[in-house]
Design a protein around this ligand. Structure first.
Ligand code: GAL
Length: 461
């Protein structure tokens, strides 16, 4: 026990108290008087109690140190399976550590992120949490001082060459310090379809490329057959915002995209308005119960043949895999109309909390997340491709190989809907303006609100 431990101090004061009592009573009684025996008993009792308390603080702390709290919003079928694969990889390397799965349901993190912010502001952080690189990581977590850098992990594990250098440098690094470890990279601009339903309605897909006209022609055929062509589950409005984001890229292309997010193109540019009009047209083909469904319920509706298409990031692939659907036979995919040659990057990483309650375990977790084994186990279930570029491709199915090829050769652009390309305030206005648009279909209002939001947030004007 250290010489000034609270226990020692207490023992000293009890002894002092006893000496005082004894000194006072000894003036009147002999040392073996009942008063002196009573003092000794009380002292022994208190000391025993303190000893038990002291021991319990040690055992509690030891038990607590063997925990790891991981915060995410991965709760759908494919998401939970992917997370579980990361947990298994971690447990096999760290068998004594108990994982606390602190996930908060709600696609895109719409419910999880506010909970996380409250915890971070209250200095009650989980050890590690899911984050998108880019502005979400930098503005919401690094700038307020909620994260510790993990640069050393990259050095000690030889990761400098394993992860895509540009992505790490441009979206995860500040002052030469790296702040997250990527688990996987999703592709946002994918149009999924029910193969049998399209075949039954005489719709042929020219693999790889689809124009808006071709898409609307297919939608009309389905509409004539009484089938809602486009499945949307926007109980979390981000899912409709994603449909708009994909359509916007289909019109402005990757060059236009970087102009928009660097201020060289305005949000009321004719091209943006054209994308808003196409978005409005798509809404005519959407399932009527869209606002009652979550994104994964919309994918389920696609599997069940209730809708034909869904424009959704490739976490949707995780749902097909979880449901044992067969590639090509049951479901297929293609670039969202007009977006062939581009890849909307929605990457998932994990952070290290400043003052993490279980720092050693958190570092071990990040080491697992960045390991080849974990990345090869996670992405086939989650729908993403591994962030590491040195994985064994043969372990991946047709969709993943397609996405890996696209990531290697296509133009990469950052997602606004998933917090990478724009500040949180702009991301929120986009969600709000999409909510309003579903009702009023007012193109000018949509565009002007975004111009205003770009002016007010730190997005270049
Ligand atoms: C994204 C996230 C994905 C997936 C999706 C739907 O923001 O990057 O991993 O979980 O939301 O919830």
């Amino acid at each position: 026990m250290p010489s000034n431990s609270p226990l020692k101090v207490l023992v000293r004061s009890i002894r002092g108290w006893r000496n005082k009592v004894e000194h006072q009573t000894s003036r009147h009684r002999s040392r073996s008087s009942p008063g002196s025996v009573w003092c000794k008993k009380v002292e022994l009792g208190i000391l025993g109690l303190l000893f038990v308390l002291w021991l319990s603080t040690f055992t509690c702390r030891a038990a607590d140190e063997n925990k790891l709290e991981v915060f995410s919003w991965w709760t759908s079928g494919g998401e939970a399976a992917g997370l579980e694969a990361l947990f298994s990889a971690f447990k096999s390397q760290n068998p004594g550590v108990e994982i606390v799965n602190a996930s908060v349901a709600g696609g895109g993190g719409s419910a999880a992120r506010p909970v996380l912010q409250t915890r971070l502001a209250g200095r009650n952080p989980p050890d590690t949490w899911q984050t998108h690189p880019g502005l979400e990581l930098m503005d919401q977590y690094v700038a307020p001082g909620y994260c510790e850098p993990v640069t050393d992990l990259y050095k000690t594990n030889g990761w400098d060459n394993a992860f895509p250098k540009n992505l790490v440098a441009s979206m995860m690094t500040r002052d030469r310090k790296i702040y997250a470890v990527l688990a996987g990279v999703h592709r946002g601009n994918v149009l999924w379809y029910n193969t049998k339903l399209l075949e039954a309605n005489g719709i042929k897909i020219n693999f790889g490329k689809m124009t808006f006209d071709e898409f609307f022609a297919a939608c009309d055929k389905l509409k004539a057959a009484g089938i809602p062509a486009l499945g949307v589950g926007d109980s979390g409005i981000w899912a409709s915002a994603e449909l708009f984001e994909n359509t916007l890229l289909g019109v402005v292309g990757p060059q236009g995209w970087s102009k928009l997010f660097s201020g060289a193109m305005q949000w009321d540019d004719p091209q943006v308005k054209q994308a808003i009009k196409l978005f409005a047209k798509m809404l005519d083909y959407v399932n009527p119960d869209h606002s009652a469904l979550s994104w994964d319920q919309a994918i389920k509706a696609l599997m069940e043949g209730k809708v034909a298409f869904s424009s959704m990031g490739d976490w949707a692939d995780g749902e097909f895999v979880a449901a044992h659907e067969k590639e090509r036979e049951d479901f297929g995919w293609i670039n969202h109309p007009g977006t062939d040659g581009s890849f909307i990057v929605i990457a998932d990483g994990f952070t290290l909390a400043r003052n993490a309650p279980h720092k050693e375990a958190a570092l071990a977790w990040l080491k697992t997340v960045g390991s080849k084994e974990a990345q090869e186990a996670f992405s086939p279930l989650k729908g993403s491709i591994p962030a590491r570029t040195d994985v064994d491709r043969s372990k991946f199915d047709g969709y993943h190989q397609w996405s890996m090829d696209s990531f290697a050769k296509d133009q990469l652009v950052a997602s606004c809907v998933h917090g990478e390309a724009a500040p949180a305030a702009f991301q929120q206005v986009l969600n709000d303006v999409v909510t309003a648009f579903l009702v009023d279909k007012n193109v000018d209002n949509f565009a002007n609100t975004l111009v205003q939001a770009a002016r007010e947030s730190e997005l270049p004007k």
